[in-house]
Design a protein around this ligand. Sequence first.
Ligand SMILES: [Zn+2]
Length: 396
Amino acid sequence: MTVLERFLKYVSYETTALEEKPTSCSNEKMLVLADALLKELFELEPNEISINRFGVIDAKFYGDNSKEKVAFLAHMDTSNQASGKDVKPQLIDYDGKDVKLGDSLILSATDFPSLNHSIGHKIITTDGTTLLGGDDKAGIAIIMTALKEVLKTKNHRPLEIIFTTDEEIGADAEHVSMEIVDSKYGYTIDGGDYRLISVESFTAYGMKVKVRGKSIHPGSAKNKLVNAATTLFKFTEALPTFLRPEDTAGKEPFYHLCDIKGSEDEAEANFIIRSFSEEEVGYLIKLAQFTAKRMNEKLGYDAILLDIKPQYHNMKQVLDKYPQIQEEMESVYKKLNIEYEYEAIRGGTTGSQLSFKGLPCPNLGTGDYNCHGKYEYVDLFEMEEMVKVVKELMSA
Ligand SMILES: [Zn+2]
């Protein structure tokens, strides 16, 4: 099967990530794809293969022992921001003109300039009713195609293939059984533009804000009422208003208000705090704590309570200790004449967590663009180039 045939097969499975469950993956439909992948891997005669209760597959292929064992990772689930049911991919020879996605949507290079790189390439789009699922079934298709070709050569490194579940709800690294994983390092194949290499991600914290008000009849409330809802608004506005996602880019940090609800009695909001450095994120946390403290002092009681928890960390802290990974990637891209660039991900990857659990993992592209929505498309040329990259990394 070609990478295109594999891709079209994998996107036909509905694998939307739903609510997290303690004992299984979030949507058992993922297990149908996991089963199909297990069968395909079995045909390649792995030396060891397992699937755990979350549907995470780990397959090992012994190889040239003098070379370092390396893992390749991709995730089976898709985002729940758009439907992933009955995906009907369209294969298009892209010439720069607008592409109709069903009756109502237009995929245009004016809105999505990344399409300009795809002129003369085949692209795979949606029909305008679902997402495509290239995130991350393009990664799975790339790994499976490269693996099958590399195994024929008999001259490959010891390889470990890990297909995860629930990446889109941030649970995939937890689902991986680290006692089974024995590679020195790995590559997640889960990015966009195939030229981009990511060795940096956000350091991420979640901040829950709870406000307890003092509710008094509004007719006699003067100097007594503490309205929880308005107090929460004030707290939100007291955080630096230009450190929000809509006003920041590159390596700039932000506070993002994800949701807010409440009444005069009680109010609650969830924020995420993101930065590329531990020091800077420390300042952002202190600033939020200081703001709550000062507001509480003025109110005369602990009206505002903060619960701040780490979510993941910038993988650069770990990857910097493994310069050989960077050297290996660079030599492969150079050999294949691909003009690579480093990109700091304004988000997290599986590697942001696995790097800290003992499996350092930079992230590489797949050729998938506009993920998580109906405008998602994959550039076939880029997927094919990534098959070459992964093949080289498997044999390096
Ligand atoms: Zn992904």
